[in-house]
Ligand binder design. Sequence first.
Ligand code: ADP
Length: 582
Amino acid sequence: MKKKVLTLFLAGILSASMLLPVSAESVSMTPGTYSVTEQGFGGEVTVTVTVDETSIQSVEIVGDGETPELGGVAVDRLDDEILAAQTPNVDGISGASVTSAAIITAATAALEQAGADVASMGSAEDAEDVERTEETLEADIVIVGAGGAGMTAAINATQAGKEVILLEKMPYAGGNTTKATGGMNAAETHYQEEQGIEDSIQQFIDDTMEGGHQINNIDLVTTMAENSAAGIDWLDSIGAPLPKVSFSGGATNARIHAPEDGSGVGEYLVAAFLETVDELGINVMYDTKAEELIVNDGKVEGVKASSKTVDYTINADAVILTTGGFGANEEMYTQYRPDLKGTVTTNAPGATGDGIVMAQAAGADLVDIDQIQLHPTVEQSTSMLITESVRGDGAILVNQSGVRFTDELLTRDKVSAAELEQEGCYAYIIFDQNLRDNLKAIEKYVKNGLTVQADTIEGLAEQLEIDPATLASTLETWNQAVADQNDAEFGRTTGMDHDLSTAPYYAIKIAPGIHHTMGGVKINTSAEVINTDGEVIPGLFAAGEVTGGVHGGNRIGGNAVADIVVFGRIAADSAVAYVDAQ
Ligand code: ADP
């Protein structure tokens, strides 16, 4: 993250209305500069404050290890906020809670070193007596939600010459897309051809239908599969190639396309999308939440939205909803699935189903709304998802007795169900140093202290309180299965290119977590939203996790990214054609 020092003067200009008038009597500090370092999410975060006797003069935050998409937003913003509010008691950035907490703790400690009585400095909320204003904006197309589908749609619509406003309620873009770790499923791509991988669009359709329990909308699935290779080409064209092709759960052939360097596909794509969004000069309005659709005579003609200080009326010829799912809204998912109460979620905090509610109010039909996917490998204390690629690259799952209990690469619903049948309803994912060396995502798990590590399998077992001989025998049997390419126990056939025999060995304790809401707004193959009478709602389009029908009863790994890229592009094309026809 770039280093930033802001003067009190600058902060005054930025947000004079938010300045908290700290009374000189209540704060007494020793003038000087104070620095404190805390552990953030990706590394250390250092906060340096400069104070005079009664006020904070400047705040500098350095946190080079934080991811630009999340923790970096806290690094970039909390200095302004602490300075403007004249207190470290500011709200953290949701979704970047570890980094925010580290910054607030470090700022508090630095001010205490300066002799401040931080408790008496009040909180940023005390300063919030901001007057609201109203503004009216115009655009050809308003896109709601700057996740993968929203940015894909915004880029395509802008390239087609349309004036776009992209609304994002969080202070950062990316949504659940940032969290996608595996890759993008696509069939008959040039990468597959170059690597001699045989696959077909029909097999992609069949696998998706099979994985989705055959309740998917086959027209949407066909559209996704047929346009997937073009989606890969489009990603090439914006400088976001996905050349590494491998197996993923539920796929017959090697079909999941990932970044060359093994980084998480979501972070990689979000960074590339944001760069393109910037290059094209697209107007992204952060911290601005769409509240309702403007509907006149049955036609959708814009969006009402609000930021902290402004109520917006945004008039547009078309609206594309790309607000994602509702996996972070416990009230909403328990409304459809009471049995999931209390389950941890892997979702970004913005995934609260707003688009579904707004579309419903405009008459939209919903499909498969109770179909909610559990991801089988979620670390429970952090809700961090352990990517399917770990199993795809060769890891196994064992229970507390140290034995395997399933083909680890069955679809997510089946692996989750198998885990829930084990004692304690959890399992351990086991892998070796060779796997770690070839999968960058693992470094994040190690850095965050999620892994248990040992030089021998027996040593690993002891730390997990598993019988060492049993775990050793499980690994021996597995390594033989890899050598024979025959898993006699569970019939696993994929992710068997490498055995687990290179020390040190690793384990992460995992259990299922809410991952993807398959149901949502009903669309047709042109990404037009359909009402409860089966008719198109003019002017309203939707793409990505906000929609239902593509994934049926279970989304297979790699299809979320295929969904956002393919239908994000289609939604843009359809909206552009609609605008042109007005
Ligand atoms: P998808 O994978 O379908 O693109 P994501 O979860 O990646 O979905 O992105 C959805 C984005 O929409 C998130 O960044 C989320 O914060 C944003 N969002 C959700 N509801 C609203 C809303 N009411 N107004 C603006 N943005 C929203």
